[in-house]
Write a protein that binds this ligand. Structure first.
Ligand SMILES: Cc1cc2nc3c(=O)[nH]c(=O)nc-3n(C[C@H](O)[C@H](O)[C@H](O)COP(=O)(O)OP(=O)(O)OC[C@H]3O[C@@H](n4cnc5c(N)ncnc54)[C@H](O)[C@@H]3O)c2cc1C
Length: 154
């Protein structure tokens, strides 16, 4: 059981910046996300796309924004619990909250922030028999894009 001030559901840009705001108030946060890296839509859906509408930053990418947010919250030493989905949220008799994840991690917290954006991201494997599975299409240099194939599990 992890005891903390605040559990934040979602490590997207809102969840990450929430760590900063709570940190300024002296509150410790534990962040949970169903995907294995922070950044929410920015890192999962468009890491390389330019973003032009962040105040004070003329241009950055989804990945760049995530890196900056992670740097900004470093001093507050949040706990990260990635690759697990929050599935249970209950109020305890003493008005704290019990939060439990799909991996069985349990928290008691004085408050819970739901920064769940468009919802919990889940890996979506291709259900195709005997066809190599495409698992990644991230670029490795500015001019080359490639896919990594795994062998058929049979
Ligand atoms: C292709 C694309 C381009 C975009 N371009 C721009 C742009 O240029 N400028 C701009 O301002 N906005 C842009 N947006 C929108 C922007 O990305 C979103 O507004 C922003 O990501 C919302 O942040 P968020 O933290 O609220 O939610 P999200 O980024 O959606 O993050 C929420 C996180 O919560 C997690 N989560 C949810 N439920 C649970 C649960 N039960 N347990 C564990 N984890 C959970 C999810 O897995 C997710 O990682 C774009 C969006 C897309 C799809």
């Amino acid at each position: 059981m992890i005891h903390t001030d605040v559990v934040i559901v979602g490590a997207g840009p809102c969840g990450l910046f929430q760590v900063f705001e709570l940190g300024l108030l002296g509150l410790k946060a534990e962040v949970v996300d169903s995907i294995r890296q922070p950044g929410g839509q920015c890192s999962e859906l468009y890491p390389d796309k330019p973003i032009y509408d962040i105040p004070g930053i003329p241009v950055c990418t989804g990945e760049g924004l995530t890196t900056s947010l992670m740097k900004q919250i470093e001093p507050f030493e949040p706990g990260f619990h990635l690759g697990q989905e929050v599935q249970t949220l209950k109020r305890n008799d003493d008005d704290t909250f019990l939060v439990e994840t799909s991996k069985g991690t349990q928290f008691t917290a004085k408050a819970v922030v739901i920064a769940a954006g468009v919802g919990s991201f889940q890996p979506r494997p291709l259900h195709v028999n005997c066809v190599p599975l495409l698992v990644s299409t991230r670029n490795v240099s500015s001019s080359l894009r490639f896919s990594v194939c795994t062998s058929c599990p049979r």
